[in-house]
Write a protein that binds this ligand. Structure first.
Ligand code: ADP
Ligand code: MG
Length: 824
């Protein structure tokens, strides 16, 4: 491959294995790893006592010999603050630094095979990756020396890889990607040459390693039976034996994809002061029964995704693309085929599809790996060409310009032709300024190599141009990728102001106004206003993941920012899901920087156990009430929460034994269990809530009838209807939401009545001792009273609004839950 031609690099940076592919516009070539023999680079890094870094297969082979200094699965920690220690060298590395080592090694492999050290690439990330994880991936690429990268969601890449090869439009299809540690399922649609993601779902904690763990459990039983020794995961003295068992389990698992039986023999599993052997023959049927529950979990998630798009039952999608190592397991393939009733794509390689798709995508976004320094070299007259590298149109235009004045005199016409001889343009006239535009004619679903030649005014030719050839691929192009999880701002009352809903197409940008809940004074050196950005589907901020924050330091203000000041918050997400956020104070025009940092909470294993206990207590209380109310739905929800807490307890044990990944999993389970318990509590609160809804409605409707605007009256009517519907469906969350809307409308109307602000001030004075900040409240009361005297209605309103914000409703505890948000 010569450097005269563009090359496009795609990388699958996997949890377990990474792979790369290059596309030259004509064909895809997989990159071999110099470290091993195969096409995969295990995502494994070793740093030895002298600080020497080894990556890939060679590092993986050393895991048994030097387990403490060989690290894998760091992708699972991307975007967290966890670090990875290499004790022999006394070094500590961030997950993205280790990912960078893998990328650097791949970059070298690309150079070894193509002669080009790539400056740019497209890298895949799981669809359910949250913003900090995506940002860490970009950072890893930067550290590895890439000038520029684009991120693509892995299932999109798989779909592109598969769709590109599809002989015809396949309609909607499912990408089922089971990797070493993550499961992703995505619903895609290929129509009229356009590939679009319709939706996705998955589990960040389900993969091949769980299949290994199921086999390890089986081995533990065998060892107990054979030698009377009971191995424990939370016992650090057993860690070595567990590593050996895990390696043996993985080997056996892979063997069982080919054979119906696998022999396992370990002469000494590596317990200190004791020689224990493991000798077993595992039947495929035994393995299948061990992993059946895991396979079922993937099926449940697939069905949930299909159902949420109104697709029910086998055969509701036209095609399934299998991605990832475990999809080689025959029982898994059989079960997926049976449950989904759709054929698997033919001739697709489950291990390299993501990299291939990423390479096509690099071409479609014109991300030439030769980077900005790349120049077309050649003997002919230099011509600047602009065309789509990938097109879903069969007749795309090529626009060009003869760069040098001298060639404009020599060349008056150009011709573009396909090198397959199937088509050539007429001799098109070059304008006096050297420009021309030619409509081409492509062969469908193929790379088309096109030749461009010049002709002299007297008809002499063809004359050489540089470049003389280029490639346009006719194939699928990407629709904008959708957002995996909703993004919004956490509020001081632990609510969330959603900016972008899950599923909205990227890129996007949106601005909403929020109000401050306390005064910020430049005189206060410690003071700052925090606007947390969160991601998740829950209505409570504390259940969503903190992904960033805008921080406005009091010391950076020129004048005090009073309570209830307006701040315009803008959040922007690019195609790769990278986040930028800023705040603007319209009254002063000051703009406050981008997201301070992308943060995720660090998991402290010792803090997990008390939180589990706290949730168990809440669960018990709620369950007692649920039984009393015979609230069947609540009871069901609570028992799932209980199972989650049990899982969480096990993961916590592992975390305490030093397994960082288990800590992350425990954290996620805690959040999910918390959400389920909250749902159970909501269910029980039902009779009470319904009662409140009715009395609230009567009270507020009266005000709206008397003082509401036409729009408010109409909104009341609509909201009441919606609330009644939600009430019939016993949807507590929605009723609460509508009730809040009605209260808001009612309040706005009530405040228009004669003397309303005055009496509200009186009421607030009676509540002043309960205020979150009595001193500030006293000041506001004084301002309010002064405003009444001078009949300054606006000042009175401002004072009352300030008092509302200080009301005990938004307690410090609540604000803590809302990631210490300073806005509402
Ligand atoms: P990732 O996307 O996490 O990098 P991969 O798609 O490379 O993961 O899959 C890695 C997983 O696949 C590992 O758990 C590995 O044991 C498993 N695996 C690889 N080949 C096979 C096979 N032939 N049969 C079953 N499992 C396999
Ligand atoms: Mg993968």
């Amino acid at each position: 491959m010569s450097s005269k031609r563009s090359i496009f690099v795609g990388i699958d940076l996997g949890t377990t294995n990474s792979a790369a592919a290059v596309f030259d516009g004509e064909r895809v070539q997989l990159i071999r790893s110099a470290q091993g023999s195969g096409l995969l680079t295990p995502s494994v890094v070793r740093i030895d006592a002298r600080g020497k870094v080894t990556v890939g297969e060679r590092a993986r082979r050393l895991v048994d010999q030097d387990p403490d200094n060989v690290k894998s699965e760091f992708k699972r920690m991307m975007g967290s603050q966890q670090t990875i220690a290499f004790p022999a060298a006394g070094l500590v590395r961030k997950p993205e630094e280790l990912a960078a080592e893998v990328l650097r090694s791949i970059r070298e492999d690309v150079k070894a095979q193509t002669g080009i050290l790539p400056e740019t690439a497209v890298i895949g990330v799981p669809a359910l990756f949250e913003l900090p994880q995506t940002a860490a991936t970009s950072e890893a690429a930067r550290l590895a020396g890439f000038e520029r990268v684009e991120i693509i969601q892995e299932p999109v890449a798989s779909g592109l890889g598969a769709g590109f090869r599809a002989a015809e439009d396949v309609g909607s299809f499912l990408v089922y990607d089971l990797g070493g540690g993550t499961f992703d399922v995505s619903l895609l649609e290929a129509r009229e040459g356009l590939l679009r993601v319709v939706g996705h779902d998955g589990d960040n904690f389900l993969g091949g390693r769980d299949f290994d763990a199921a086999l390890v459990d089986h081995f533990i039983e065998l060892i107990r039976a054979q030698s009377g020794v009971t191995l424990q995961r939370d016992n650090p003295a057993h860690a070595h034996a567990f590593r050996r068992l895990r390696v043996a389990a993985e080997d056996a698992k892979i063997e069982l994809s080919r054979s119906t039986e696998a022999d396992v023999f370990i002469a000494d599993i590596g317990l200190q002061g004791q020689s224990v052997a493991l000798s077993a023959s595992v039947e495929r049927a035994t393995f299948e029964s061990l992993v059946a529950p895991l396979i079922e979990r993937t099926i449940t998630i697939c069905e949930r995704l299909l159902q949420s798009h109104g697709l029910v039952g086998a055969g509701s999608v036209g095609n399934v693309v299998l991605v990832g190592g475990p999809t080689s397991i025959p029982a898994l393939r059989a079960r997926v085929a049976q449950a989904l009733g759709a054929p698997f794509g033919e001739g697709l390689d489950a291990m390299t599809l993501v990299a291939e798709g990423a390479a096509y995508y690099a071409a479609s976004s014109g991300l030439d790996a030769r980077g900005s320094g790349a120049k077309e070299a050649g003997a002919g007259a230099p011509v600047w060409l602009q065309f789509p590298a990938m097109s879903s149109d069969l007749n795309p235009f090529v626009v060009g310009k003869l760069v040098e004045a001298s060639s404009r005199e020599r060349i008056s016409h150009v011709v573009i032709s396909r090198t397959d001889g199937g088509w050539a343009s007429a001799r098109e006239v070059v304008d006096p300024d050297g420009t021309f535009a030619i409509m081409t004619n492509l062969v469908a679903r193929r790379p088309n190599t096109l030749r461009i030649e010049g002709y002299a005014p007297n008809g002499d030719g063809p004359l050489l141009l540089a470049p003389s050839e280029f490639v346009i691929v006719h194939g699928v192009t990407l629709g904008d990728p959708p957002l995996a999880r909703s993004v919004g701002v956490a509020l001081a009352n632990n609510g969330v102001r959603v900016f972008f809903d899950r599923g909205s197409p990227l890129p996007m940008r949106r601005t909403f106004a929020v109000r401050t809940v306390e005064t910020l004074s430049p005189a206060d050196p410690e003071g700052s206003l925090r606007i947390p950005v969160v991601q998740g589907e829950f209505p409570y901020a504390h259940l969503c993941r903190l992904v960033g924050a805008i921080e406005i330091k009091a010391s950076s203000l020129k004048s005090p920012l009073p309570v209830d000041s307006l701040i315009e918050v803008t959040i922007e997400l690019d195609r790769g899901g990278r986040l930028a956020a800023s705040g603007c104070i319209p009254s002063t025009g000051d703009v406050f920087g981008h997201v301070a940092q992308l943060i995720t909470g660090k998991v402290v294993p010792s803090e997990l156990a008390p939180r589990i206990e706290e949730l168990r207590t809440r669960l018990r209380d709620t369950r007692t009430k649920a039984f009393k109310h015979k609230a069947q739905k609540a009871i069901t929800v609570l028992s799932s929460a209980e199972a989650m807490l049990d899982d969480c307890a096990i993961a916590t044990q592992r975390a305490q034994g030093g397994d960082q990944d288990a800590g992350e999993r425990a954290q996620r389970l805690l959040i999910d269990a918390d959400a389920l318990i909250a749902e159970g509590e909501g269910e029980i609160a039902w009779p009470d809530l319904d009662e409140r809804a009715r009395s609230g409605l009567t009270r507020w409707a009266g005000w709206i009838a008397e003082y509401g605007t036409a729009i408010e009256r109409q909104a009341l009517e609509e909201t009441t209807r919606a609330m009644e519907k939600a009430s019939l469906a016993r949807n507590a969350r929605e009723v609460r939401h509508h009730l809040a809307t009605i209260a808001h409308l009612g309040n706005a109307a009530a405040m228009r009545s004669e003397g309303a602000w005055e009496s509200e001030l009186d009421y607030q004075i009676s509540q002043i001792t309960k205020s979150r900040d009595p001193k500030a409240a006293a000041k506001l009361v004084a301002e309010g009273q002064r405003a009444i005297q001078v009949r300054d209605k606006a000042a009175l309103e401002a004072a009352v609004r300030g008092l509302w914000e200080l009301a005990p409703g938004t307690s410090d505890k609540t604000r803590g839950l809302g990631h210490w948000s300073g806005v509402t």
